[in-house]
Write a protein that binds this ligand. Structure first.
Ligand SMILES: [Zn+2]
Length: 404
């Protein structure tokens, strides 16, 4: 059975692998396990070795070397899950020959993919695009990466005349809920370095990401009958609103770009007795990141001075900028850069305004830049995947393996 790359991608989109941060299990949802099992089966048919699908649904396999030469073992990684932001169930992908202008995704719900809203569409006139039916996400993040890696190793398996070293591949659960690296066995993977194939548009090469923390601020109020509340009542919801207003309003996701960090209020809950604010904190610069965390601490103290014992801050780091781990090993970047150029892709180096599995893996001893898988508009109904970009992702992987 030899599937072409597009068919392979389309097959993976039929698995509902939306992850859930409400779940305590790994993987967080059973669909990820089902996809991992299907892929394990596929890898066996392709003829890969050491295929291990562990209890947490981390899947690893080996493409054996075809050369006796000493070559460093490198790896490629993609994630199985799709974003909790929108359903990935019953994805109904469609291939469109894009002639420019609007693409009606859903007539019924009047969902239109339009270059007015997404000018980057104009770069893909004349190409075949895989789009959604306007009701789900597509899942190119990161099933495009999964498909590109598997098709690349399949190609090399079928062309043993191409000399290369041992290559490891891995597919991980729950990246979208920030847990993709939790149970990743770096020793078992056994690579000098690796690449996640989890980037967006063609050419993307990323080795800088946010430093990331989460924060929860809990407010305790004092409820009294409102008719007799004077000088007694403390309304926790109002404390939360006041606290939120102390944060710099220009440092929000909707007002920041490139290397600018932010505080993002992801959720607020409030009654008179109790309220809470949940934030994520992001900054590429480690010093500015630490300052942001300090600010939350000092505002918590400020609120406690006004209302003693009312406010408590729970803060935890999530991941760090991989730049400090990857930059000292410039050849890792160079190799990817040259491979892209060799297959006719112009590398586009830019900072990730988010994180990847690779960021955490880099700090676990596996330097791990991120390369494009080709998709755009991740995590929503406007997600689309240009087939030519997906093919270039696969070719880049093959070229990296060949040229090491
Ligand atoms: Zn992803």
């Amino acid at each position: 059975m030899n599937m072409n790359l597009t068919e392979r991608f389309l097959k993976y989109t039929s698995f509902d692998t939306q992850s859930s941060d409400m779940s305590e299990t790994t993987p967080s949802t059973p669909g990820q396990r089902r996809l991992a099992e299907a892929i394990a089966h596929e890898l066996k048919e392709i003829g890969l070795e050491d295929i291990i699908l562990d209890a947490n649904s981390y899947l690893m396999a080996t493409l054996p070397a075809t050369t006796g030469r000493e070559v460093p073992v490198i790896g490629f990684i993609a994630h199985l899950d799709t974003s909790p932001d929108l359903s990935g169930k019953d994805v109904n992908p469609r291939i469109v020959s894009y002639k420019g202008g609007d693409i009606v995704l859903s007539e019924k719900e009047s969902v239109v993919l339009s270059p007015t809203m997404f000018p980057e569409l104009n770069d893909y006139v004349g190409q075949e695009l895989i789009v959604t039916d306007g009701t789900t996400l597509l899942g190119a993040d990161d099933k495009a990466g999964v498909a590109a890696i598997i098709s690349a190793v399949e190609y090399l398996k079928e062309h043993p005349e191409i000399e290369h070293g041992k290559v490891r591949i891995a597919f991980t659960p729950d990246e979208e809920i920030g847990k993709g690296a939790n149970f990743f066995d770096v020793n078992r993977f056994g690579c000098k370095w690796a690449y996640t194939i989890d980037g967006g548009a063609i050419g993307e090469l990323e080795y800088e990401n946010f430093n990331a923390a989460s924060a929860r601020i809990l407010f305790k109020g004092l409820n009294v009958h409102p008719g007799t509340a004077k000088d007694k009542m403390v309304n926790a919801s109002l404390l939360a609103i006041e606290f939120a207003s102390w944060l710099p309003s220009e440092q929000r996701p909707e007002h920041t770009d490139n290397y600018e960090g932010f505080f993002h209020l992801t959720s607020m809950k409030g009654e008179v007795e109790e309220a809470s604010l949940t934030y994520i904190i992001r900054d590429h610069d480690r010093t500015l990141f630490e300052q942001k965390k300090e600010l939350l601490k000092s505002l918590t103290e400020r609120m406690n001075r006004k209302h003693p014992g009312s406010t408590c801050l729970l803060q935890a780091d999530q991941y760090y900028n991989m730049r400090e781990m990857v930059e000292p090993k410039q050849h890792i970047i160079r190799l990817a850069f040259d491979a892209m150029e060799a297959v006719g892709v112009t590398p586009v180096v830019k900072p990730i305004r988010g994180g990847t599995d690779g960021a955490r893996l880099s700090f676990m001893g596996l330097p791990c830049p991120n390369l494009f898988a080709g998709g755009l508009n991740f995590h929503g109904r406007y997600e689309f995947l240009p087939i030519a970009s997906l093919e270039k992702s696969m070719q880049t992987i093959i070229k990296i393996i060949e040229s090491i």
